[in-house]
Design a protein around this ligand. Structure first.
Ligand code: AOF
Ligand code: ZN
Length: 344
């Protein structure tokens, strides 16, 4: 059984993992704390993103000789593979750590199995400590590595009557400035922002985070076979990923292979409907503007449902007003909070 001191250290490890410098990207956010037999912290660290050392290696380096006989507390099962860096299991063994306590079992098949390696080396290992919190710190990454596709957040901004455009086709600024600013924050939290060629042609979007406090720009992604004008903003951005296909699962697999673990979809009704039909939406963020159009394109088109018995139901995880609009955060599955700060 983990001790009170170990639980405390694990909470601290979560806080380290959640540090804002720990960018999203292909790798999970991970924190590690090394404590001695008296429960004193002798080293700590977190993983700063792909290519940089894993949290365990950072914490062990900070602990130095004090790691010998100590306990390492990690938010994720230590890896046993050589990826862009070496196996953390070996680093822990070499440092002479006596005990390892971790929260989440590594869902990444490439790196899993570390607990067994440590146990085989005679280290006392305990997993699943505060595991329910661990899954919430990397919800998108956890879904991505277990499904081999990015976690999909679908964002929709519609009127009270579910319209995303008027009957003359005009569609800009259905939601207010606060909601639009919030969407920029959502962009910064994703690895990529996707639209279809239809939206790319009609709206000429940039798909970037234009807040003054922005620190990370997602990669724009354009999906579809139509040609986008040469002078469009997305064409002038060298980071834009062009997926010249209409096959959604092929497109998502391609994005996963390019290191994208969380994609925000801002495409129009065609892509939104296709994603929902294929059950590929992990999180639905729906802005409702208190406005009526009475006619015009619906946010979602035909889903092939003719009876209320077949209605697609969503679970509301969060509701907030954003300026003059309402924002609903929903999922078809159990709700996963977006921020670890909600729980620690
Ligand atoms: C991390 N940071 O602190 C830990 C990870 O390609 P690599 O070598 O960086 O390996 C990435 C995998 O290693 C990652 O998907 C996860 O399964 C495991 N553990 N990863 O990025 C860490 N401890
Ligand atoms: Zn590792």
């Amino acid at each position: 059984m983990a001790t009170f001191g170990e639980f405390d250290a694990m909470r601290h490890a979560f806080a380290l993992a959640a540090e804002p410098e720990n960018r999203r990207g292909p790798n999970p956010r991970v924190g590690c704390v090394v404590i001695d037999s008296a429960g004193t912290v002798v080293g700590e660290g977190s993983h700063r993103g792909i290519g940089s050392p894993h949290a365990e290696v950072v914490a062990l380096a900070a602990a130095g000789d004090a790691a010998r006989g100590a306990t390492a507390i990690v938010t994720l099962e230590p890896c046993s593979h050589t990826g862009t860096t070496g196996p953390c299991t070996q680093a822990l063994i070499d440092a002479g750590v006596r005990r390892v306590v971790y929260a989440q079992t590594d869902p990444n098949p490439l790196a899993a199995g570390g607990a067994q390696v440590l146990a085989d080396a005679g280290i006392d290992v305990e997993g699943d400590v505060l595991a329910h919190l661990a899954e919430r710190i990397n919800p998108e990454w956890t879904v991505a590595v277990t499904t081999d596709r990015p976690f999909v957040t679908l964002k929709i901004a519609a009127t009270l009557d579910g319209r995303v455009a008027a009957s003359d086709g005009s569609s800009q600024w259905i939601s207010g400035p606060a909601a639009r600013k919030y969407v920029h924050q959502l962009r910064s939290e994703a690895d990529a922002v996707l639209v279809g060629t239809g939206t790319a042609i009609a709206d000429n979007p940039s798909l970037n985070d234009r807040r003054s406090e922005s620190s990370h720009q997602p990669r724009p992604v354009v999906l579809g076979r139509r040609d986008v004008p040469a002078d469009s903003s997305l064409r002038s951005n060298p980071d834009t990923i062009w997926l010249r296909t209409n096959d959604l699962s092929e497109a998502l697999t391609d994005l996963f292979e390019q290191g994208i673990r969380h994609v925000l979809v801002e495409g129009g009704p065609t892509i939104a409907t296709a994603l929902i039909e294929a059950d590929l939406v992990d999180r639905l963020i729906w802005f409702v503007s208190p406005k009526l159009l009475g006619a015009g394109a619906s946010a979602i088109s035909q889903l092939g449902i003719s009876s209320v018995d077949a209605v697609l139901e969503w679970t509301i995880g969060d509701v907030k007003t954003v300026g003059e609009d309402v924002c609903l955060v929903m999922s078809r599955k159990e709700y996963v909070p977006e921020q670890i700060s909600e729980i620690i």
